[in-house]
Design a protein around this ligand. Sequence first.
Ligand code: BTN
Length: 263
Amino acid sequence: MDLNEQELTRRLTGKTIGGAVHFFPEVDSTNDAAFRLAMSGADEGTVVVADAQSGGKGRLKRRWQSPPGCNLYTSIVLRPPVKPAAASQITLVAGVALAEFISHYCPGDVNLKWPNDVLIRGKKVCGILTEMKTTGGDIEFIIAGIGVNLNMKRSAFDETLRQTATSLREEMGREISRLNFTVGMYDTLERFYDVFVREGFSPVRDIWLRYAAGLRKQVRVVFGSEVLEGEMVGLDGDGALLVQDWSMAIKRVIAGDASLGEG
Ligand code: BTN
C-alpha cells in the first residue's frame, strides 16, 4: 500500500510524532505547510507529508528535487523545551534517528556528514532542514523537514547530483515501502527526541559520533565567504563541529557546508 493520509493516521494513532497527519498530493514545501500549521497552533508532533513538492527547499537556499510517486518529503512540528541556542541540536537528533533507522535497511553502510546529511556508502540519501520561530527569547516551534530518496532511479536525479546522491532503492536493489518507512522513521525519531528532551544532547552526541563520516580526517567548511580547513576532531556539547586547524587551534563551527577530504 502506498502513502496515504488514512493509513498513516491509522498506524500513527496514539503516537506523539504523527498524532495529527496532513497529507498533500502536492504542496509548495512541507516545511512551509508545517510552518503555517504551527503558526495557527498545531500541536507538537503534527506531521505534513507530501507526494510531491513544487518548491522543495534544501539548506543554504538550494532546491530539493521532489518528484511524485517515489520519495518521502515530510515536516514535523516540534515545540522543544530548550532555548534557541540549542535548536541546531534538533537537526543532529533528527540525523541520528535517520541514521539509526536507515541502518536497519543497510547495516554498516550508513554515515552522517555534519551537520545533517545521511549517507549510504558515501552518497547522500537524506537531507534535513530545520526552521525555527522564536518569541521573546524562547522557541515557539521548530519545523524539522526531512527528505529521503527512497525509490528514485539514478536516471531521475539531476545530472549534477548523480555522483553524490543516491536512493535506498538504488542501494538495496529493491522497491522500498514508503508507508512502512515513514511510520518506522517517525517512531525512531520520537524515541531520540524523547531522549533529547529528558537527558539533553550528550547521549545523542555519542551516537552521532559513532556515525560520523570524516572523524580525524581533513575537512573543509565553507560558510558564506569564510573557509576553514583542518582536521575534524569531534562535536562539542552544543553540537558545534570541532576542527583543529594548521596552528593546532581548535575552532568551533556552528553553521556551514562541510566537504570531506582524505588522510
Ligand atoms: C538539505 O540537505 O539541503 C536539506 C534538504 C531537506 C529537504 C526536505 S524535503 C521535506 C522538507 N520540505 C522542504 O522543502 N525541505 C525539506
